[in-house]
Ligand binder design. Structure first.
Ligand code: SF4
Length: 445
């Protein structure tokens, strides 16, 4: 946990020698607490002070990487309880199960489906990062074969088994791909830790409560495992959510280092709808990895959308490049309209223009990622800024007509914009979903 200025001051020599460039040790301590300077600027700080400050500066939650190359997946390293305090740093990894009791064709079909996942929203790819191989067969050979198939999907691999022999067999197949071994219980810790340490793979500590998990992480560390993920094996969803909140609070607010690890959670029970609801809740609080049992795209999409929303920086709206975008294959006589560079606004408009099947030009105006009304009321969208965007994008060379469709919500700027540009300004619909009707009935008329 970060130290306050006064706590840092107590560790300094208090000689006020000014060699650090500050008039007093207290002034230096305050600057250090605000991360404006480093301790190295004080040549007289004791070794003890350096050690204590280094420990305080260590991140409260470890980052863990499993998978290698393009499949590498890094989770954890979070610093806050609530997104609005700063931001969440590493999006939850989504994993889909691959049970080892599937027969050959069914196993291959599921792998193919997993390989084919390609989701995109507001211009951003939303990948499914991992395959979690489960061991319902209880057979080490089948588990190893399923693990090999999982490795061939190009995703990171999670090995879900309580059987150390099965774990070793699987690690022999894909150990170089650095899978996550899930997991070691207090009963199996020694054997599982030995398998993970030999392969150099991260491991999951699994227990029913935070106290046992804290003890277990210490056991695993002593056994040579330095990359650890937690799995709270709770009796029900409510106990799990409450437990995950408590673990995050203890790790971040009370510097409980044995609990300062990312968490994996399984949302594999129930129908796909139930899994989607539970997984989305776990993305919010506070799973770094979520495993689901469904491969239905419609069930995965809400989980991925939740993740995308939670893991954006609340201080920085997601933005689209401000320029002239082509939708379809527009020509010189195609409609030209503008909207703002707030991603959600732009992609909503783009989707509705696509749905109209009328090839069009969309001029994306830089409003620092704010929506039409917000930008207009905040002086980030004006007749002048639209005219400048038109000039910068050289729209005159792209269309032969001189007509610009503007969002209905800013109809008030039409007169000024007409004066600024000399173009005919057509007031379009207020709601984006009315664009197809507008283009077909008004523009074409
Ligand atoms: Fe204090 Fe160190 Fe700065 Fe001297 S160099 S004033 S001892 S903080």
């Amino acid at each position: 946990m970060a130290l306050s200025g006064l706590a840092i001051f107590k560790l300094l020599p208090k000689t006020n020698c000014k060699e650090c460039g500050h008039p007093t040790c207290l002034a230096f301590a305050m600057a250090l607490a605000q991360k404006k300077v480093g301790l190295d600027a004080c040549p007289h700080a004791s070794d003890e002070a350096r050690e204590q400050l280094a420990a305080a500066a260590a991140p409260p939650m470890q980052t863990v990487t499993f998978g290698v190359g393009d499949a590498a997946c890094t989770v954890g390293g979070e610093t806050v309880l609530f997104r609005h305090e700063e931001k969440f740093h590493r999006p939850t990894a989504l994993a889909v199960t691959l049970p080892d009791d599937l027969d050959g064709p069914a196993l291959e079909a599921r792998c193919q489906r997993i390989r084919g996942f390609a989701f995109e929203r507001i211009g951003q790819a939303m990948p499914v990062e991992a395959v979690a191989v489960t061991n319902p067969s209880g057979d080490a050979v089948r588990f190893a074969a399923a693990t090999e198939a999982a490795g061939a999907t190009g995703k990171a691999v999670i090995l879900v088994t309580q059987d150390a022999e099965a774990a070793r067999g699987a690690l022999a197949k894909v150990g170089a791909a650095k899978p996550l071994l899930c997991g070691a219980t207090p009963e199996t810790a020694d054997a599982m830790a030995a398998a993970a340490a030999e392969a150099g793979c991260p491991i999951v500590a699994q227990a029913a409560d935070a106290e046992t998990l804290a003890d277990l992480t210490q056991t695993l560390k002593t056994a040579g495992c330095d990359q650890i993920v937690l799995h709270l094996d709770a009796a029900d969803a409510w106990t799990e959510m409450a437990g995950l909140y408590r673990i995050r609070t203890l790790a971040l607010k009370q510097s409980c280092q044995p609990l300062g690890h990312p968490v994996i959670a399984l949302a594999t029970e129930g129908n796909p709808e139930a899994q989607a609801v539970r997984a989305s809740s776990l993305v919010c609080k506070y799973a770094a990895i979520v495993v689901v049992d469904t491969v239905e795209p419609w069930a995965l999409l809400p989980i991925l959308t939740t993740r995308q929303n939670i893991y954006t920086d609340p201080q920085k709206p997601v933005q689209v490049e401000p320029k002239l975008h082509a939708v379809g294959d527009p020509g010189a006589d195609s409609p030209l309209m503008f909207t703002t560079n707030f991603s959600l606004t732009y992609y909503t408009v783009q989707g509705d223009v696509e749905a109209s099947r009328v090839p069009s030009w969309i001029l994306c105006v830089d409003t620092e990622g704010t929506s039409v009304l917000t930008a207009y009321s905040g002086d980030k969208l004006s007749a002048e800024s639209v005219a400048k965007a038109m000039k910068d994008a050289d729209v005159e060379s792209r269309v032969s007509h001189r007509k610009l469709i503007i969002p209905g919500y800013v109809a008030v700027m039409s007169g000024k914009l007409q004066e600024e540009t000399g173009w005919d300004v057509l007031v379009g619909p207020r709601e984006s979903n009315q664009i197809p009707r507008y283009l077909k009935e008004v523009w074409k008329a």
